[in-house]
Write a protein that binds this ligand. Structure first.
Ligand SMILES: Nc1ncnc2c1ncn2[C@@H]1O[C@H](COP(=O)(O)OP(=O)(O)O)[C@@H](O)[C@H]1O
Ligand SMILES: [Mg+2]
Length: 345
């Protein structure tokens, strides 16, 4: 069966990410609220869209509202609508998001920010499918599925009394977890190439691939802003390369744009000399399938090899240089047969 038209493209192959996708697909068909949890930028909104488009409601509306984006009164009237004259400035009747999501899905982002009053009304819609507009008497029936997202620990909020425990029980019929990017670093090369590639098309340029050192930096970063932060970094790197493309590949990556240095990420002296050519595939653009593990192995090998050269083949110093234990560096040297091959040369 073909995917419904708007099923979002979710990139990633790591076990943690595939688990999240499988879970989102599995809960799609059940007509109950779902809670999607994860750090900012980890893909919660995309997972919510996946849940909607794989559900029987896929051809109904998918309406989104960020509960942190407005004050309590506005949130209430945005969700449930209001009657004309409900409050100062409410000159006309206003249809709420519930009405607009009729027959579809309502995605409530940052649900933890909603007021007690809104939480109470949400509980009632979930339990009885009914609510009133702000300032209204008439009870309206809602056929809307709620998918809520949170980037805070709602169980802790419920213990503190900041979030209604009964609402949490209802929302968390099932909980889909968007894993942080640092727990699925295998996905970084594909995601980075994907975003840089899109940026390249936008710039009517071609993505030249990331150098091994640039990719190693991307893989090593902790990504507190997760995929959103990586997307920005990859797009920025592609953009900078496009305006000053002397290098064959993208060698410089600025993760924090306030760090205005934008310096090459490995000092020239630490780069392997040209007679020790790095065995890295020159193309990281994913026009053709790649063997990710083999590619990462190659990056690992080239970096360990470069670090060994820099430290005169001293494994203890190389371990310190790469923030590894002595046993780890010995393991890597053996794995890639680094000193052996060099001694034979
Ligand atoms: N797996 C993924 N594949 C492609 N793009 C992704 C993926 N995860 C997140 N993104 C992109 O990263 C950004 C943040 O994702 P979003 O779903 O809004 O995160 P959250 O809702 O958790 O803050 C968006 O631009 C989104 O398109
Ligand atoms: Mg979001």
């Amino acid at each position: 069966m073909e995917n419904p038209p708007s099923l979002p493209d979710l990139i990633g192959q790591s076990p943690a990410f595939l688990d999240a996708l499988t879970h989102a697909s599995a809960v799609a068909s059940i007509n109950r609220p779902i809670l999607v949890v994860g750090e900012r930028g980890s893909g919660k909104e995309l997972l919510a869209a996946r849940i909607h488009f794989l559900s029987p409601r896929w051809d109904g509306p998918l309406v989104k509202l960020n509960c942190a984006a407005m004050n309590d009164e506005l949130l209430e009237s945005e969700l449930f609508g209001h009657e004309a004259g409900a409050f100062t400035g409410a000159s006309k009747k206003h249809r709420g998001r519930f009405e607009r999501a009729e027959g579809g899905t309502l995605f409530l982002d940052e649900i933890a920010s909603s007021s007690q009053r809104v939480q109470e009304k949400l509980l009632r819609v979930i339990e009885y499918g009914e609510y009133e507009r702000v300032g209204g008497e008439q009870t309206i029936n809602a056929n809307v599925r709620i998918v809520a997202a949170a980037n805070v620990d709602l169980r802790a909020s419920a213990r503190n009394g900041d979030f209604r425990a009964d609402l949490l029980d209802r929302l968390a019929f099932d909980v889909v977890v968007a894993p942080p990017l640092r727990d699925r670093r295998e996905d970084i090369p594909i995601l980075a190439a994907h975003f840089a590639n899109n940026m390249a098309s936008e710039l009517e340029s071609a993505f030249p691939g990331f150098s091994a050192e640039a990719m190693a930096l991307l893989i090593a970063h902790n990504w507190p802003g997760n995929v959103r932060e990586l997307k920005n970094a990859a797009e920025r790197a592609m953009f900078h390369w496009s305006i000053n493309s002397e290098a064959a590949q993208i060698e410089s990556v600025t993760i924090d744009p306030f760090d205005n240095a934008g310096v090459p990420i490995v000092e020239p002296s630490t780069l392997p000399s040209s007679d020790q050519d790095i065995p890295i595939k020159k193309q990281t653009a994913l026009d053709t399938p790649i063997d990710l593990r083999a590619h990462l192995d190659e990056i690992e090998k080239s970096l360990v090899s470069a670090a060994l050269s820099k430290n005169a083949d001293n494994q203890k110093r190389t371990a310190e240089y790469l923030s590894l234990s002595y046993d780890q560096i010995r393991g890597l040297v053996r794995k890639h047969n680094l000193l052996g091959s060099r001694q034979r040369q």
